[in-house]
Design a protein around this ligand. Structure first.
Ligand code: 5GP
Length: 209
């Protein structure tokens, strides 16, 4: 089990591909500089618009399995025929230093992280407004082939079945509205007693007799 002080908020966001998750994560990072987006390791091919170290750490299967055997991952999963993993170094130190961490992973990874963090995390699931809309959004991405889009569509339907393992489930009808809802969730979490480590000192200084 992973031991950490309860400081930064760990926010996990899952959704089927094409639900606007990546855009929302980027907006959150622009909105608040105290949020760190955990960069995952993957063995999948880099897409045209992706940057090493920003979107993912792109590794060979051999390197991925080495990291796994060194116990570097807090979770890892086989998704869409590729390995994906979240590095401990992208999460634990940041939380200890009071930095909120945002993780974009699938339901399998979310289950593992829930266990590793002993439930000390907030889980959000994003749903598309409809299956037709999801299909449209997936087809608009030029970076994937038709076969990949069809494959992702079938995986999306499987991912949706796990919506009830999350704390919050939002239907992404409108990107701005969904973003605002996530900000509200995050700000409420930051106010939890367990996150406000300065409180005992503050109360002491109130000099209550
Ligand atoms: P994509 O290849 O489209 O970037 O991501 C495919 C799926 O893998 C998405 O559902 C995404 O959330 C998930 N994913 C990305 N990084 C990780 C990770 O580190 N661990 C796990 N379990 N899933 C991940």
């Amino acid at each position: 089990m992973v031991k950490i002080k309860k400081e930064g908020v760990l926010l996990v966001i899952s959704s089927p591909s094409g639900t606007g998750k990546t855009t929302i994560c980027k907006k959150l990072l622009e909105y608040d500089k105290n949020i760190h987006l955990s960069v995952s390791v993957t063995t999948r091919k880099k897409r045209k618009n992706e940057v090493e170290g920003i979107d993912y750490y792109f590794k060979t299967k051999k390197d991925f399995l080495n990291l796994k055997s060194e116990n570097s991952f807090i979770e890892n999963a086989f998704v869409f025929e590729n390995y994906y993993g979240t590095l401990k170094s992208e999460v634990l130190e940041q939380l200890e230093n009071g930095i909120d961490v945002l993780i974009d992973i699938d339901w399998q990874g979310t289950r593992q992280i829930t266990q590793a963090m002993k439930g000390n995390l907030i889980k959000i699931f994003l749903l598309p407004p409809s299956i037709d809309e999801l299909k449209k959004r997936l087809s608009k991405r030029n970076s994937d082939s038709v076969e990949e889009i069809n494959f992702r569509m079938s995986r999306a339907l499987k991912e949706i079945k796990h919506y009830d393992e999350y704390d919050y489930v939002l239907v992404n009808n409108n990107l701005d509205k969904t973003f605002q809802q996530i900000v509200k969730i995050l700000e409420s979490e930051r106010l939890k007693l367990s996150k406000q480590l300065y409180l005992p000192e503050f109360i002491k200084n109130l000099n209550i007799t």
